[in-house]
Design a protein around this ligand. Structure first.
Ligand code: BES
Ligand code: ZN
Ligand code: ZN
Length: 496
């Protein structure tokens, strides 16, 4: 989809479809209502009077313009109640409009800006939200169908934002550019997550990361965790025939900038290992590399936006399978840090990858750390598929900064505690730690505490996306399936 920004009167710009928004309570059209031809406005008004469209968020109604304006059709899209209106309403409305346009095989779409002029919202954020909605809303995983079903789905070719006020154009353009980079990166992450584990192997993801790095001019090294002495990670990977890999991506801004370390859990399939999982919905564990997918795409977007930080991403990739060579519950292993760990469950494998990778990022010079992982079912119990869990150690500032970014991007996050008391759950009689608690309570926090024990005093935030990486039903601007969260939030945070 080609994105453009045009200065002018929406009436006079030709296209296949013009999108305007409608508030539910005020029945007011978004953008300059006066910009729509008076006769057309009359027709739309009478549809409103007859309640053909109420303005509920995401609802839409199509009008033909019969040559009254340059656009062939007008799609009125509901934006919900004005007092609840926020950037996410814009994303949802825009996603719904683009899906409608796609359904009607519309090639060129133009849209007015929604929300700007509502007082509180920043115009650059409004423009970004509109474009994010369009890019994320039109996403579809193409899959592997053959025969007549194999045709790629119809895509809108051109999406143009129209604004009458010259003074706003540069801000709008900045928002559009940022949104295009971030939302496209997020869609790429969704493709990686949606692909099955037999295609998206550690080697395949590593090669993908390498290609990405070349295309944006950052460095990429693919290492063997045996060589790196990633003992904790190796206790997970040994049962799989697919070779484990560690990808190290480096984006350099300047010697003076701070160095952030990013780690993404990349378990390409989590069977649970010897502590095998029940078979219901086990296929979903192909998404256990969502953290890795997000981090790879954050690196792409950060490089494209030339953020003013140095970033080192360490991405551990392997599969967790039962086998004669797999680790057993009760085994004691030595992690990269030298700390010994008693494996209570081989299904608590994500944290094993995280600790080695976070320690390695520290060794490479990262002074603040963030990890993203589909870490615990407990996080899904606590927050469902609505919000990711976020946790942090000594320095709370990093959590606050990420939460602030997430308020703008609409990727909800909720902080969970890392109380010292949880450390008791991880006390082992024969090793430095157990890898998980024997009990069932507070498993998201216990997972976080396990990682924090090894990270030490470096400021660190942990984002548990077990519930949010994959949706069973469409919500907001995201369809059912892989979400690519939290790509936009992390990029927003890095670009501050
Ligand atoms: N990959 C799972 C967590 C998960 C659950 C992701 C549901 C997505 C949806 C993780 O490796 C896991 O199995 N965690 C265990 C930890 C337990 C053994 C302490 C869990 O949450 O049950
Ligand atoms: Zn597991
Ligand atoms: Zn897992």
């Amino acid at each position: 989809m080609k994105l453009q920004v045009k200065i002018g009167n929406v009436n006079q710009i030709s296209s296949d479809m013009l999108i305007v928004g409608l508030f539910k309570d005020t029945k007011k059209l978004s953008g300059a209502i006066a910009a729509v031809d008076s006769m057309l406005k009359g027709i739309i008004s009478s549809a409103l009077v007859q309640n053909e469209i109420e303005g509920k968020l995401g609802e839409s109604l199509l009008f033909h313009s019969f040559g009254r304006i340059a656009a062939k059709k007008v799609l009125v899209v509901g934006m919900g109640e004005r007092k609840k209106f926020n950037l996410d309403s814009i994303r949802t409305a825009s996603a719904s409009a683009i899906r409608q346009a796609q359904k009607l095989k519309t090639k060129q779409v133009i849209s007015v800006l929604h929300g700007e002029g509502e007082g509180v919202l920043d115009i650059e954020d409004c423009a970004a939200a509109l474009v994010e909605g369009a890019i994320l809303g039109s996403y579809k995983f193409e899959g592997y169908k053959t025969g007549k079903d194999s045709n790629p789905s119809f895509r809108v070719k051109e999406f143009t934002l129209v604004e009458g006020d010259h003074n706003k154009i540069s801000k709008i353009k900045a928002g559009v550019r940022q949104a295009e980079i971030c939302a496209s990166a997020q869609n790429n992450a969704r493709d990686l997550v949606a692909a099955p584990a037999n295609k998206m192997t550690p080697t395949a993801i590593a090669n993908y990361a390498q290609k990405m790095a070349r295309s944006v001019g950052i460095s990429c090294k693919i290492s063997d965790p045996h060589k790196l002495k990633f003992g904790a990670m190796l206790s997970v990977s040994e049962g799989s025939k697919d070779l484990p890999k560690v990808v190290i991506l480096k984006y350099h801004h300047s010697p003076k900038a701070e160095t952030i370390g990013l780690v993404g859990k990349g378990v390409t399939f989590d069977s649970g290992g010897i502590s095998i999982k029940p078979s219901r919905r086990l296929w979903e564990m192909k998404t256990d590399m969502s953290g890795a997918a997000a981090v790879i795409e954050v690196m792409r977007a950060a490089a494209q936006l030339k953020v003013r930080k140095n970033i080192i991403a360490v991405i551990p990739l392997c599969e967790n399978m039962p086998d004669g060579k797999a680790a057993r519950p009760g085994d004691v292993i030595t992690s990269y840090s030298g700390k010994t760990i008693e494996i209570i469950s081989t299904d608590a494998e994500g944290r094993m990858l995280l600790i080695d990778s976070l320690n390695y990022a520290q060794k490479l010079g990262a002074t603040r750390l963030v990890d993203v992982a589909t870490l615990t079912g407990g996080c899904v119990v606590a927050l469902g598929d609505v919000a990711s869990g976020i946790m942090g150690n000594v320095n709370h500032k990093i959590v606050e900064e990420i939460l602030e970014a997430s308020k703008i991007t609409g990727e909800k996050m909720w902080e969970l505690p890392l109380y010292d008391e949880y450390k008791e759950y991880l006390k082992s009689d024969i090793a430095d730690f157990k890898n998980c608690s024997e009990g069932r309570g507070a498993s998201a926090s216990t997972g976080g505490v396990f990682v924090s024990e090894v990270v030490g005093k470096t400021p660190w935030a942990h984002i548990d996306i077990a519930g949010t990486a994959f949706l069973h039903h469409s919500r907001g601007c995201l369809g059912a399936g892989a979400t690519g969260t939290p790509v936009r939030t992390l990029v927003r945070w890095l670009a501050r």
